[in-house]
Write a protein that binds this ligand. Structure first.
Ligand code: BDR
Ligand code: CA
Length: 342
């Protein structure tokens, strides 16, 4: 009887241990290798903090910077600031393209301020950029990566990845998927009536990425304009009483003003952070696989994403187009993750 009881308790212990180890194994297997390509930018910094506060799910291998919201020296400084604020100095930051493939550079200082970071004081971060260029880093890293193992979050103009793909088209072998903040269909544009800023800033680059055949998800204005701040949502972040909460609430309070006035919205979008939320909790979003074409011809359609939502043209489906999202779910996630930072 004694032996039997001992055997049963041993069995229960083994089963419990097996369950714990298999859960850990599943969690480890689900951790995503991620490169964040970005032009910080207020919402880029919020996206970087969200990603860097989520090490259980995201292995941020590097941050690569591009000119966009402001010049490359400032986007690179702001990326290093985000890394410093997140206490993640081990993540390398590589500077990349200082101008688009073909068109003349444009910036968005009217929205993001002269320094690219509204609402906060910027300083020169303690740690420098990584040696080497972002484009070369992408070529080397994706070229030698395990097949289809690395995700790229594209939070700015797609110039760096386009340059890497032009020089070394074989690097698609290392790419698991590319998740782009960009494009607009139902919502209309934010830099012209039809174009969204990141696509308008370098439509030729977006075309190269689209033509490469990599798995693509677009998180366009259609969804980011449904995920809006409110006084209460920003207060909740401020109320975290940590440095990250203070920084993000100050940035957002200033950043959302222009969009609220321009669109008559009750709050403002935090575009780029939705890409990271999509990677962390895709169940917060919905969309579908459709055909997307980018217009890079001079004229009123320059930079437009022509998104065939109803499959009118019966063309091959090349983009998962995210169309809706759970706004409160997004802000709960952001607040919960920012609470983990200092
Ligand atoms: C996009 O443009 C930039 O200004 C933002 O950072 C975001 O990536 C929104 O249109
Ligand atoms: Ca951006």
């Amino acid at each position: 009887m004694q032996i039997c009881r001992h055997f049963v308790s041993q069995l229960i212990r083994s089963v419990a241990l097996l369950a714990i180890f298999s859960t850990v194994a599943v969690q480890a297997a689900e951790k995503r290798d991620l490169i964040i390509d970005t032009d910080p930018g207020a919402d880029d910094v919020v996206a970087l903090l969200l990603a860097l506060a989520s090490p259980q799910e995201l292995n941020v291998m590097a941050i690569t910077t591009v000119a966009g919201n402001v010049r490359i020296d400032k986007t690179s400084r702001n990326a290093r600031l985000a890394r410093e604020w997140a206490g993640r100095e081990e993540v390398p930051v590589y500077a990349g393209a200082g101008k688009p493939l073909v068109r003349t550079p444009i910036y968005a200082e009217n929205i993001h301020g002269k320094e690219g970071l509204p609402g906060v004081q910027v300083h020169e971060p303690k740690n420098p950029l990584a040696k080497g260029n972002a484009v070369q880093y992408l070529i080397d890293t994706l070229g030698r990566a395990a097949p289809h193992s690395i995700t790229i979050a594209m939070l700015g103009p797609q110039t760096n990845l386009a340059l890497a793909l032009i020089q070394a088209p074989e690097i698609t072998q290392g790419i698991k998927e590319v998740v782009v903040m960009g494009g607009a269909h139902f919502n209309g544009g934010n830099i012209t009536p039809v174009a969204e800023f990141n696509l308008y800033a370098d439509p030729d680059a977006a075309k190269v990425v689209l033509a490469s055949g990599v798995k693509l998800t677009y998180v366009p204005l259609d969804v980011t304009h449904k995920i809006l701040t409110s006084d209460q949502r920003i207060k909740q972040i401020e109320g975290l009483n940590n440095e990250a909460g203070k920084l993000v609430s100050s940035i957002l309070n200033e950043y959302v003003k222009a969009d609220m006035v321009h669109y008559g919205l009750p709050g403002g979008p935090v575009h780029d952070a939705s890409v990271i939320a999509w990677l962390l909790k895709p169940e917060l979003f919905s969309g579908k696989l459709i055909n997307v074409v980018v217009d890079n011809r001079e004229g009123p359609g320059f930079g437009q994403t022509i998104a065939d939502w109803y499959d009118t043209m019966s063309q091959p489906k090349n983009v998962f187009w995210v169309e809706n999202g759970d706004a409160q779910g997004f802000f709960n996630l952001l607040t919960e993750r920012l609470a983990r930072l200092k």
